[in-house]
Each structure stands twice: as structure tokens, then as C-alpha cells.
Design a protein around this ligand. Structure first.
Ligand code: G3P
Length: 217
């Protein structure tokens, strides 16, 4: 399973990319707004920090303007993935871009029917939002299970990119279901490293080692 970072914060991205465990980045208009930077500058800088795909979202709502925005974003770097909303115009844009071998991430997916349409439009990634479904009392992970099953039934090539992740459990369950990618906030990525028994075990090993008086170097 690939791990993308859901962030437009340059410092965070720089720090976490040092782990060599980040396969790509996703951004959205809210994250760009939070970064305080100009979208074109921010996306260009992020693209220079990672070799994997960087999702940059269009903000137009009609197909023609989406295509013009996509062209501008694609000129920034070779690893730009165009993110479009799951609307009729978004899927028209997806179809046209994917025909030209442009990588497209279809976002704001909340149902299996939407995911089927995105696959038929040639999306490279579909982004179902698990956390926001949980927030309204549904089980977001049920949607991931359904989409993975449907895509497998028809051998759709569209990758399931689980978004709106709220914690480590969402990551683990997505992996068990067989999702292709998770995009996670920095906090969740850092939490993935942690286990109290790791800390306790390391402390004991280091203490025993110190008692030997040895040194490997
Ligand atoms: O980038 C899309 C998605 O990950 C947003 O997450 O936490 O705003 O629901 P969230």
C-alpha cells in the first residue's frame, strides 16, 4: 500500500519526506489556503520535494475552465496529478485528461455509484472520504470495502486512495481491505511509528547494553 501525505505545508513535507516512506502528496484548496502561499508556487515547490505524484486540485466548476486550470497546473512539474471534484464537469475533465495520459485524482467521493463513474471516466485515483462519512454517523470504511470489491469485479485500473483519514485505525483497516493508497495527515503518519512496548523494550535493551560496557563502533 502506498502512503501519501495529505498536506500543503512545505516544512512538514520536507521533514516527513526524509523518512523515505512517503510515496506522494495530496493537497486540496483548504490545505493550500492553510499554507498561506500561492497555489502555483506551493505546488511547484512540493513537486520538487517528492518524486511521486502530487495532487493539485482545480477550483473551477465548469469543464472548460477546469481544463484551462489543469493545463496551468500541469506546466508546473512532471509529477502533477490533476484533482477534480466528483461532478459531471469533473468527470468530463477526467475523461479528457486521462485520454491524454494525464494522471487524474477524482475527489469528494462518498458513494460506490460515484466511484463506478470515476473508474469509467478513466481516473487514476478515486478519493473516497472515510472520516467525513464517519462524522455523519456512517461507516466510511464500508465504502472502501465496497469500492475495492466493485473495482476487482471489473478489473478497473483506478486506484483506491483512501482520504479524510482520522487516525491509525483507518490506515490499518484500509490496508486489510486492500486499498491501493492512503493519504494521511502528518499527525497520523507520526502515530504509525508508535507503540509503548517498542519504547519500553528499547529502554531495557539500552540499559542492559550499557551494563556490558561494550561499544560496536
Ligand atoms: O484531501 C482530502 C481529504 O483528505 C480531506 O480530509 O480531514 O478535511 O476530511 P478532511
Amino acid at each position: 500500500m502506498k502512503i501519501f501525505l495529505d498536506s500543503a505545508d512545505i516544512n512538514e513535507i520536507k521533514e516527513l519526506c526524509k523518512t523515505n516512506l512517503i510515496d506522494g502528496i495530496t493537497t486540496n484548496p483548504s490545505l493550500i489556503a492553510k499554507s498561506g502561499g500561492n497555489i502555483l508556487d506551493v505546488i511547484k515547490e512540493i513537486c520538487g520535494l517528492v518524486s511521486g505524484p502530487v495532487s493539485a486540485e482545480v477550483t473551477a466548476i465548469n469543464h472548460k475552465d477546469m481544463m484551462m486550470e489543469a493545463e496551468k497546473l500541469l506546466n508546473l512539474a512532471e509529477n502533477v496529478t490533476i484533482k477534480v471534484p466528483l461532478t459531471s464537469d469533473g468527470l468530463l475533465t477526467c475523461k479528457e485528461l486521462s485520454k491524454n495520459n494525464v494522471s487524474v485524482n477524482v475527489t469528494l467521493c462518498f458513494s460506490s455509484s460515484q466511484a463506478i463513474l470515476a473508474a469509467k471516466a478513466g481516473a487514476t485515483f478515486i478519493s473516497p472520504f472515510v472520516g467525513r462519512l464517519d462524522d455523519i454517523g456512517q461507516n466510511g470504511l464500508d465504502l472502501i470495502y465496497d469500492i475495492v470489491e466493485i473495482y476487482n469485479n471489473y478489473n478497473y485500473k483506478t486506484q483506491v486512495l483512501v482520504a479524510s483519514i482520522r487516525g491509525v485505525n483507518h490506515v490499518i483497516e484500509s490496508a486489510k481491505i486492500g486499498a491501493d493508497v492512503v493519504t494521511i495527515p502528518t499527525k497520523t503518519f507520526k502515530e504509525m511509528f508508535n507503540h509503548p512496548l517498542t519504547d519500553k523494550g528499547l529502554k531495557a535493551f539500552l540499559s542492559d547494553w550499557q551494563d556490558t560496557g561494550q561499544s560496536i563502533l
